[in-house]
Design a protein around this ligand. Structure first.
Ligand SMILES: *Cc1c(COP(=O)(O)O)cnc(C)c1O
Length: 400
């Protein structure tokens, strides 16, 4: 299975098979290629490697543990369920892994300011924390509607010293925030750095964000063998843009016997417009500067998408995932809002772990699968984040 080896992907133009690349104007290609060249060079230096490794260990709290969810396992009566506990990271999710990498890279490139867009604010908060620590200015663009809806995250970004720019044009949500943030970048591309929040966007971002997240799988591979004496039979992770999933999968891509499953949000149902199941319902297209499966209309415009988990409602998906789907190396499936909510409560009450609504999608699918498998089969789920951010919403929804 040589073709899955990380160092062979993507090609020098940023393509994973037919997906990825740089679908952007010529002047932006130069900016992206400068970042790519700087990244290739800086990531090999002993200084950068050591600084990032120290931050992961002493700041994020890595390695995150592997946890055997015995009571959840017993409740489904089948395969053993384990979690990789990314919810225990400082700032509460896997996003800090790539935000630290990006902020540090910006510092090594002598950039003056890091710019990003955020939807629900999770990327914004993780990046604001990383920039505070690294000592670099941070500016987050956010649709006005999201600024109101995600007030706690807006406050956190401000406390962490980031400038939050409300975007009042268009739909006043994520898509317009992306445009606004890009315009800011173009004012001074030599001194500004655009930090993308998942394994999406033009090359080299899908590759860089994957590389920074792959610590999750490298740790898990070692830890799981130490704990059980073998590799897991299944890896399962939720997929929005795909960063936590590829982070877990990468170290196992050459292990032919390890099955991998990505879980997308079926929202209110795949037969309604209210989902974000890009792999199940999307077609080949382009979005935000790269080629991938997209939920799009007949004119190629991205469709409005929906999930109860705001971190999963993206109409595109990372290019490497698209290739892994076509190669049938990873299977992509879905879990609905209802399955997610049920598992949010069940996991909280069986294990004392309140999961992020995003992560609850992966756990919901995994538990159903576990019930169909014998007890000597092991499933490892990436518990991508904690659910503190979702607690008020769920309590409201369920009348708790
Ligand atoms: C943002 C987020 C996700 C979705 O992003 P990916 O890039 O698909 O990983 C999943 N889980 C949590 C907790 C998040 O904050």
């Amino acid at each position: 299975m040589q073709e899955f080896r990380q160092e062979t992907l993507p090609d020098e133009n940023g393509f994973f098979g037919e997906y990825g690349g740089q679908v952007i104007p010529e002047f932006l290609v130069k900016i992206m290629n400068d970042i790519y060249q700087a990244y290739l060079q800086i990531r090999e230096t002993a200084e950068f490697k050591q600084e990032l490794a120290d931050l992961y260990k002493y700041y994020v709290g890595r390695p995150s543990p592997i946890y055997h969810a015995k009571r959840l396992t017993a409740a489904y009566g089948g395969a053993q369920i384990y979690f990789k506990r990314e919810d225990l990271n400082h700032t509460g999710a896997h996003k800090i892994n790539h935000c630290l990498g990006e902020a540090l890279l910006a510092k090594y490139m002598n950039k003056k300011k890091v710019i990003a867009e955020t939807g629900a604010g999770q990327h914004g908060v993780a990046l604001a924390a990383a920039c505070a620590l690294v000592g670099i200015e941070c500016e987050i663009h956010m649709g006005e509607i999201d600024v109101v809806k995600e007030h706690p995250n807006v406050v956190k970004m401000k406390i962490l010293g980031a400038k939050v720019v409300p975007v009042s044009r268009g739909t006043k949500t994520l898509k317009d925030a992306v445009d606004s943030a890009f315009e800011e970048l173009l004012k001074n591309p030599e001194e500004f750095f655009y930090a993308i929040g998942s394994v999406v966007g033009p090359h080299p971002f899908p590759m860089m964000v994957r590389d920074f997240q792959s610590i999750v799988g490298s740790e898990a591979r070692e830890q799981f063998q130490e704990l059980t004496g073998k590799l897991p039979d299944y890896l399962i992770a939720c997929v929005g843009g795909g960063s936590n999933a590829i982070g877990l999968f990468t170290a196992f891509l050459n292990d032919e016997n390890v099955k991998m499953i990505g879980v997308e949000p079926a929202g209110k149902g795949l037969d309604t417009p209210d989902h974000a199941a890009t792999m199940a319902k999307g077609t080949s297209g382009q979005i935000h500067g790269f080629k991938c499966y997209v939920l799009q209309d007949s004119a190629g415009e991205p469709l409005p998408v929906y999930s109860i988990a705001s971190g999963l409602d993206y109409p595109g998906v990372g290019p490497q995932h698209c290739m892994l789907k076509d190669l049938q190396r990873v299977e992509y499936t879905t879990a609905s809002d209802k399955e997610c909510l049920d598992m949010f409560i069940q996991l909280s009450r069986l294990e004392g772990i309140i999961p992020a609504l995003e992560s609850a999608h992966a756990v919901a699918y995994a538990a159903e699968l576990a019930a169909t498998l014998p007890s000597d089969v092991n499933i490892l789920i990436n518990l991508s984040g904690r659910g503190d951010k979702d607690a008020d919403f769920v309590a409201d929804k369920l009348g708790l």
